[in-house]
Design a protein around this ligand. Structure first.
Ligand SMILES: NC(=O)C1=CN([C@@H]2O[C@H](COP(=O)(O)OP(=O)(O)OC[C@H]3O[C@@H](n4cnc5c(N)ncnc54)[C@H](O)[C@@H]3O)[C@@H](O)[C@H]2O)C=CC1
Ligand SMILES: O=C(O)C1=N[C@H](C(=O)O)C[C@H](O)C1
Length: 269
């Protein structure tokens, strides 16, 4: 029989945190042993979130070190904000706890530190800018298309509570396209922005456009253009349950690896 995986969730009052707690509670081989919240140290989880459809209560911590010392988890599921995620991930690795990081907005330097610490300490760590299987396929398809279509623009659309722009998914998509695409500065060489920022952010000559509106969840279009044709690859997450298959897969997988992995595509068969 498989061993039960003991999990600490960060950001338990957040949109992803609440969904993840529901998934963990409904998964036999997972056990929620603690949560890390910005406030509410010493309270019970049931005092800070509605536990209607959830069976497992646990303690709330604000200090990551105290939480890891007292709860002794196998995995830290990070779903809060970038700077806290960095601190939580490094602390987890020091305690021998495997981080699964869904939080986006971490800098390249922060990710490089986490990668180095995980690899030096031989602790499995998975960073997944998007846990939705369809989003991972969208990125892979975009990477394939980029070999044939060097002209590309990325439009990502999210709810207006999102703090980081561009999204982690858009950045990861651009990185994957960059691996295949011939170097190219797109658009007219003498292009003039008459309104600042109107052509979007520049990633190695590719443009990324970020849209924020109430009503949206998480959506992205990758548009390729060539002579007389365009190709559009689009993914939509309509709710946060869409991310849970990937979260589950990442938590199960991180228990069997001893190094840093960036991107869910690297663990899907
Ligand atoms: N990888 C993926 O598939 C997905 C990633 N995300 C990312 O996950 C993160 C969370 O997203 P949401 O749940 O939508 O945001 P949210 O704003 O609803 O929740 C974030 C929570 O983190 C908490 N928090 C802030 N500082 C903290 C700290 N120091 N310690 C513990 N908790 C702290 C906040 O109080 C809040 O409850 C974001 O970075 C988002 O981009 C979101 C959806 C999918
Ligand atoms: O904040 C969100 O909502 C999401 N964040 C991730 C990102 O930045 O790519 C994943 C998904 O797009 C939802």
């Amino acid at each position: 029989m498989n061993k039960v995986i003991k999990i600490v969730v960060t950001g338990p009052r957040g949109k992803m945190g609440r969904e993840a707690i529901r998934m963990i509670t409904n998964t036999k081989q997972f056990q929620l042993v603690g949560v890390i919240d910005r406030n509410n140290n010493g309270k019970g989880l049931s005092e800070i979130v509605s536990m209607e459809d959830q069976g497992q209560d646990c303690s709330v911590f604000t200090d990551v070190n105290q939480c890891l010392r007292e709860t002794k988890p196998d995995c830290l599921l990070e779903l809060s904000v970038a700077d806290a995620a960095y601190e939580h991930a490094l602390a987890a690795i020091q305690f021998g706890v495997r981080p699964v990081i869904g939080t986006t907005g971490l800098s390249q330097e922060q990710l490089a530190d986490i990668e180095r610490e995980a690899n030096e300490n031989k602790i499995g760590c998975i960073v997944a800018p998007n846990f939705a299987i369809g989003a991972v396929l969208m990125m892979k398809f975009a990477e394939m298309a980029a070999k044939h279509f060097p002209d590309v623009e990325i439009i990502e659309m999210h709810h207006d509570e999102k703090v980081d722009a561009p999204s982690g998914t858009a950045l990861k998509t651009a990185e994957m396209i960059q691996r295949q695409r011939q170097e190219k500065q797109q658009g007219h060489p003498k292009e003039i922005e008459k309104l600042s920022g109107v052509r979007g952010g520049d990633f190695d000559g590719m443009k990324i456009h970020s849209i924020r509106l109430p009503g949206l969840v998480a959506h992205q279009q990758v548009l390729f253009g060539s002579v007389g044709e365009t190709l559009t690859i689009r993914h939509d997450s309509y709710n946060r349950t869409s991310f849970m298959t990937g979260v589950k897969k990442a938590v199960e997988t991180v228990m069997h690896v001893d190094s840093y992995i960036y991107g869910l595509e690297n663990i899907l068969e």
